[in-house]
Design a binder for this molecule. Structure first.
Ligand code: NAD
Length: 291
């Protein structure tokens, strides 16, 4: 397939490389001057990157930038092509871009990912997709190259909606896990024993079983690498913020999500959390008392 790829940052570049290595003709564009391997053609702007492509993939920082880029590229994309946004953006922006693309005779998918930079490099991402079955069928072989799993979750915006629901659980359970371990420490528990019981009891969760936030306990995780991300705390702030925005829009009561956002925001803004993995909440709780 002929693919335009816009946004070649930490996630986008390895995804584009995997597509090109699998034999697709990939043209890339980024506003930053990012060195590209010779098997990816460099476009001079977003429009030329999107012209005459079967699929255009975007991997951008946020919904405002996505909307700006979409406004530029939708008019030049060929009819019947698919605009597939893999960024994490607000549900409203995803729906708006989906609608504009469809009005212009294109197909659109919102297809945010989980799996992080290592998943992008290894081609093991999970895609949560919103949009039409026809669009999904066209892009499915590309999802297979860039990832392990792609699920069509519903209409435009459904991919972003699933992503923020998932990450709201993730943020809340990471905090619950970290505060429980910090409490266990103060009660004099051995972390290894705590892990052994939690991971096989009703306290089990992904954050306990596969991402235990204490060094040298449980499977390897960023805690074993001085809390280098992994999944940076500021990205958790972004995703929890998006879930609260969406909750506000549809009048959903999400008190735990709101509390997790407040804690992560404080951690990033005032408590040295910026640039650390989101599991570094554990040393944060360990260093504090109730007051
Ligand atoms: P990044 O900042 O490394 O990459 C974004 C790229 O977009 C940058 O290279 C930037 O120069 C480029 N860009 C900005 N404006 C542009 C424009 N108008 N036209 C073309 N390029 C433009 O970010 P990332 O870590 O690659 O994340 C990308 C998206 O994926 C974000 O929405 C993020 O929330 C999401 N995401 C990231 C991770 C992760 O672990 N990094 C995991 C899951 C999802």
């Amino acid at each position: 397939m002929k693919i335009g790829f816009i946004g070649l940052g930490n996630m986008g570049l390895p995804m584009a490389i995997n597509l090109a290595k699998a034999g697709h003709k990939v043209t890339g564009f980024d506003t930053a001057d990012i060195p590209l391997p010779d098997f990816i053609e460099k476009a001079s702007d977003a429009s030329s990157c999107a012209t005459d492509q079967d699929v255009v993939i975007t991997m951008l920082p946020n919904g405002t930038i996505l909307q700006q880029v979409a406004k530029t590229i939708i008019p030049v994309m060929q009819k019947g092509a698919v605009l597939c946004d893999c960024s994490t953006v607000d549900v409203r922006a995803a729906r708006q871009v989906g609608k504009s693309a469809e009005e212009a005779g294109l197909m659109a998918l919102d297809a945010p990912v989980s799996g992080g930079i290592s998943g992008a490099e290894a081609g093991t991402l999970t895609f949560m997709v919103g949009g039409s079955e026809a669009g999904f069928a066209i892009v499915a072989p590309l999802f297979e190259i860039m990832g392990n799993k792609a699920v069509l979750c519903g209409e435009a915006g459904a991919g972003q909606s699933v992503k923020i629901c998932n990450n709201m659980i993730l943020g809340v359970t990471m905090i619950a896990t970290c505060e429980s371990i910090a409490l266990g420490d103060k009660l004099g528990l051995d972390r290894e024993k705590l892990f052994e019981v939690l991971s096989t009891s009703s306290g089990a969760s992904w954050t306990v079983n596969t991402y235990f936030p204490a060094p040298n306990v449980g499977p390897k995780s960023p805690a074993d690498n001085d809390y280098k991300p992994g999944f940076a705390a500021e990205l958790m702030v972004k995703d929890l913020g998006l879930s609260q925005e969406a909750a506000q829009d549809v009048d959903a009561d999400t008190p735990m999500g709101a509390a997790a956002l407040t804690l992560y925001k404080k951690f990033v803004d005032d408590e040295d959390g910026l640039g650390r993995d989101f599991s570094a909440m554990l040393p944060r709780f360990s260093s504090r008392s109730r007051g």
